[in-house]
Design a protein around this ligand. Structure first.
Ligand SMILES: Cc1cc2nc3c(=O)[nH]c(=O)nc-3n(C[C@H](O)[C@H](O)[C@H](O)COP(=O)(O)O)c2cc1C
Length: 269
């Protein structure tokens, strides 16, 4: 491999290689303005479908908001102890406002262009806008690491749609898909191992055969359950703690409401 392609010789790859989620922050080390600016600028440099920037970043610094989010995001107290949080909102509201602002919804515009009258965003817009938001979030993660900040995604931000919508004043055609907590790490964080068996498939999707599944189970047990008494402990752990959890049920309920909100329907169960 060319030297510039290894994490040892390439600064960008080294940052990606060394990053791991940070859940404990140094209480006496504030996030500097320069760090905030670098992270937010890097987010804005992320690829964006048609350069439409179909997301907004809510910059959270008020303790009362952290405290409430800690509860709403499946009771994760570390959120209340983070010095900084960013919510990446998938956002088509800003385009609806722009369309309206320049007159795209007027009868004159419709008559002149032959285009359909106002339509609400659908799942097509969501597919690309969601990618915009998450790619920007990941740019922020890498930039944070590069400037000495740790970060952790909080997937539970999509729960409790009614309360989060009110807390963050989110209008219709928006959906808070990703949240990051950020700050100076309290301690060294060795990179978490990531499984790679059955990750990359050549040319076509290939459903796992028994030998591949065995290899996958073995790799995960080796990484996450080195003292497992029987094969498959990691898979069983994911099944019991995640796949069949109450929080996943809440996430599903809440996401249905968020998708309604996205499409301009009333956010009601
Ligand atoms: C979409 C997403 C949601 C996540 N949500 C949470 C969360 O709510 N709480 C948490 O402690 N970690 C959360 N994480 C962090 C993962 O647990 C972490 O990325 C994973 O264990 C791999 O570890 P690493 O990031 O240190 O490599 C989330 C990560 C992603 C990508």
């Amino acid at each position: 491999m060319n030297d510039t392609c290894t994490p040892y010789a390439n600064e960008v790859l080294a940052v990606i290689e060394q990053r791991s989620s940070t859940r404990a922050f140094a209480p006496d080390t504030p996030v500097t303005d320069a760090q905030r600016e670098a992270v937010l600028h890097a987010a804005s440099r992320a690829p964006s479908a048609g350069a439409m920037m179909m997301y907004s970043i809510i910059d959270i610094r008020e303790q009362a908001t952290f405290d409430r989010l800690a509860v709403l995001c499946d009771n994760q107290p570390m959120i209340a102890k983070a010095p900084w949080a960013l919510v990446f909102v998938v956002d088509y509201c800003k385009w609806i406002d722009l369309f309206e602002h320049v007159g795209c919804f007027t009868p004159e515009f419709v008559a002149r262009t032959g285009k359909q009258p106002r339509r609400e965003p659908g799942l097509g817009e969501f597919a690309i806008a969601a990618q915009d938001a998450v790619i920007a979030a990941q740019n922020a993660v890498v930039a944070a690491e590069a400037v000495g900040l740790g970060s952790c995604y909080i997937g539970d931000i999509v729960e409790c749609a009614e309360e989060v919508r009110a807390l963050l004043d989110l209008p219709e055609h928006t959906l808070p898909l990703s949240m990051l907590i950020l700050g100076a790490p309290a301690k060294d964080r060795p990179a978490t191992p990531h499984p790679t068996v059955n990750l990359v498939m050549s040319e076509r999707y290939r459903r796992s055969d028994a030998a591949t599944l065995d290899a996958q189970v073995a790799e995960m047990d080796r990484m996450f359950r080195p003292h497992a008494s029987a094969p498959g402990e990691r898979v069983i752990d994911i099944y019991t703690r995640k796949h069949t959890s109450d929080f996943m049920v809440e996430m599903g309920r809440s996401m249905e409401l968020w998708l309604k909100n996205w499409m301009g329907k009333e956010l009601r169960a």
